[in-house]
Design a protein around this ligand. Structure first.
Ligand SMILES: [Zn+2]
Ligand SMILES: [Zn+2]
Length: 306
């Protein structure tokens, strides 16, 4: 479920947040990146937000004498303990950084020159974004298997490699799209020859109807309790296609160009892959919303609760 007004394509977001910290802060709060509530650790009452100072303050007073009261005095910086702690960037720039990072044609130069960010800030924010997309990748893998008797899923594998430039770097991703629920997941397959079937068995229930472009001799799904329909140009049934999952490999060529450019930073490659998959998983007007929710969840997992 999207929040009200959260359907934003890249330009809508620029228009909405450009140089507007109030709007950006309320968006960060709405998505749980900044807190909506802080409880005082001393008197356990709700603190009040002092917007002008960006702090939360406990206003509780305790009676200490006949007519004497002592204020609790607890305060907390709005960003403290959040994922934005120690990131020195204005809220509107932060949101527009996220917004552009999620675009298919992102560029560091563009962010540096338009948002006037230093290289260090860009690096810090990129690291955060990559960590969030990796967190998303790990959490989108289904806990319960998809499908079931008679349920149609489109499945496809995609190889991400550039063996000519980066020796030995290769990842294979299985994508599965459950048509009637519009749900989708991606999972890495380490060794296609031996583990593709076990991976399918782990994440897709027996009895499901699987549409693939791979023939039975490569993928003997019937032997494992699935119904298997192979997409073919000569088929009279137009419904047997895997357009839903194929559309998720959009922009593969430009992704490969990017990998080639970054070939010296080998350690970044898995992160590039999770970013690529995130950008393809969500359609443009919803993408920023889902990313912001992931930032909040990521922070929740990695920053101790206050
Ligand atoms: Zn939203
Ligand atoms: Zn207090």
């Amino acid at each position: 479920m999207l929040c009200f007004g959260c359907e934003l394509n890249e330009f809508d977001a620029m228009k909405r947040f450009w140089m507007d910290d109030d709007e950006a802060i309320s968006c960060l709060r709405l998505h749980g990146i900044l807190p909506s509530k802080v409880t005082c650790p001393h008197c356990h009452s709700d603190c009040e937000l002092r917007k002008e100072r960006n702090i939360w303050q406990c206003l509780t007073k305790t009676k200490v004498g006949e007519s004497k009261y002592r204020a609790c005095g607890f305060t907390l910086n709005d960003r403290e303990g959040t994922v934005l702690d120690k990131i020195d960037v204005s809220p509107w720039k932060l949101l527009l950084f996220f917004n552009h990072w999620l675009s298919r044609c992102w560029s560091y130069d563009l962010m540096a020159s338009n948002l006037m960010l230093t290289n260090d800030t860009i690096l810090t924010l990129s690291r955060l974004c990559f960590a969030v997309s990796q967190f998303w990748f790990d959490t989108q893998i289904p806990a319960k298997p998809f499908g079931g008797s008679g349920v149609v899923l489109e499945i496809d594998i995609c190889h991400f490699d550039d063996l000519t430039e980066i020796e030995g770097w290769r990842q294979t991703v299985l994508g599965a799209y459950e048509r009637h629920t519009d749900r989708l997941f991606f999972v890495l397959v380490e060794d296609v020859e031996n583990s593709l079937i076990p991976v399918i068995q782990r994440y897709i229930q027996k009895g499901s109807i699987l549409y693939t472009t791979d023939r039975e001799d490569f993928l003997p799904l019937k032997e494992y309790g699935y119904e298997h329909r192979v997409v073919s140009a000569s088929s009279t049934d137009q419904d047997i296609n895997i357009r839903g999952i194929k559309s998720k490999w959009h922009g593969l060529r430009s992704w490969k160009r990017r990998i080639r450019k970054a070939r010296r930073e080998e350690k970044y490659h898995p992160r590039y892959l999770s970013r690529y998959l995130f950008v393809n998983y969500y359609l443009s007007p919803d993408r920023l919303h889902h990313f912001l929710r992931c930032v909040a969840e990521f922070a929740h997992e990695s920053v101790p609760e206050r």
